[in-house]
Write a protein that binds this ligand. Structure first.
Ligand SMILES: O=C(O)CCC(=O)C(=O)O
Ligand SMILES: [Fe+2]
Length: 314
């Protein structure tokens, strides 16, 4: 199971898309997205609409945040798991992260910013909001392509309105030994779609369907797009939600930023009837993502090989 592989993730170029679903380029990219998500549940996306200043500024903002004293960061301790500050976990000592709910909404980000910088930090909140807005455009393009390729157009608005955007920023210290050390344990994401952007320190690994681990080495221009369990359930298993982990080497710190489209509390995730037939019997009973997360963070949920299956598998 633990073997390395020379498999490479597909790289999909979104740079030449007009805002024009139905054009030839749109359909071509859509078919690449579908294929990559069936096979890997993940791909690298080239998306040049995000200006270089914002790409650069985001890591400045992230470093500034993690450089705050621990007590300050802990002021934003999480109400929901992984939504606020997380760090100093004995099982993943190199890892810390901060979640920013509704990261595309300026007032929400500003009020969270004031917790950390009572005197305000407009530069920080502006950077977070612009980055999140730009990346959420890629999230919307990808999800629209998914909905179309599954033939679920009539659910497009419902699907798009069913989520909020959570931005999580992550820091992994370098282990500063010659050994490779665990940065973040293997898991599947529980949300709909995750889009990751990293500084140039690699470490993210993705498990292919054959069990081998692919080292991701995204270029400075690319984003890693990944499917979570909620979309896997909605598509009734047609798209893969991959296990992934972070393994750290060397001295340099790795910074990454993830935009997570997260189903709203109270929204029931239910595979549309179009997804169910003799070849594709229903995999999961309808569920509320927030309640599912509640189960995931219990001991039984953490132990289960697939928390979603244990929670609501048919
Ligand atoms: O840091 C990364 O690249 C991955 C983070 C991750 O998998 C997660 O936050 O769910
Ligand atoms: Fe993840």
């Amino acid at each position: 199971m633990g073997s390395e592989t020379s498999l490479k993730l597909p790289i999909i170029d979104f740079s030449n898309l007009g805002q024009n679903p139905g054009a030839a380029e749109w359909d071509l990219v859509k078919s690449q997205v579908r294929k990559a998500l069936e096979e890997y549940g993940c791909f690298e996306a080239l998306f040049d609409k995000i200006p270089a200043e914002i790409r650069k500024a985001i890591f400045g903002a992230v470093e500034e945040l993690f450089d705050l004293p621990l007590q300050t960061k802990m002021l934003n301790a999480s109400k929901k798991p992984y939504h606020g500050y997380v760090g100093q976990y004995p099982q993943v000592p190199l890892f810390e992260s901060m979640g920013i709910d509704d990261a595309t909404i300026a007032e929400e980000v500003e009020s969270m910013t004031r917790i950390l910088w009572p005197q305000g930090n407009q530069n920080f909140s502006n950077t977070i909001v612009s980055f999140s807005e730009q990346v959420s455009e890629l999230d919307q393009i990808v999800r629209r392509m998914i909905v179309e390729s599954l033939g679920l157009e009539k659910y497009l608005d419902e699907h798009m309105n069913s989520t909020n955007h959570l931005l999580r920023v992550m820091k992994y210290k370098g282990p500063e030994t010659t050994e490779t050390k665990l940065g973040l344990s293997s898991h599947t994401d529980k949300n709909m779609v995750t889009i990751l952007y990293q500084n140039q320190v690699d470490g993210l690994e993705l498990q292919a369907k054959d069990g081998s681990w692919i080292d991701l080495k995204p270029t400075p221009d690319s984003f890693v797009v990944m499917i979570g369990d909620s979309l896997y359930a909605w598509a009734n298993g047609r798209l893969h939600s991959p296990y992934h982990r972070v393994m750290m080497r060397g001295n340099a710190a790795r910074y990454s930023v993830g935009l997570f489209s997260v189903p709203k509390a109270g929204y029931i995730i239910k595979a549309p009837e179009e997804m169910i037939d003799e070849e594709h019997p229903l995999l999961f009973k309808p569920f509320d993502h927030v309640q599912f997360l509640g189960f995931y963070y219990t001991e039984a949920g953490q132990r289960a090989p697939s928390a979603l299956k244990s929670y609501c598998g048919v």
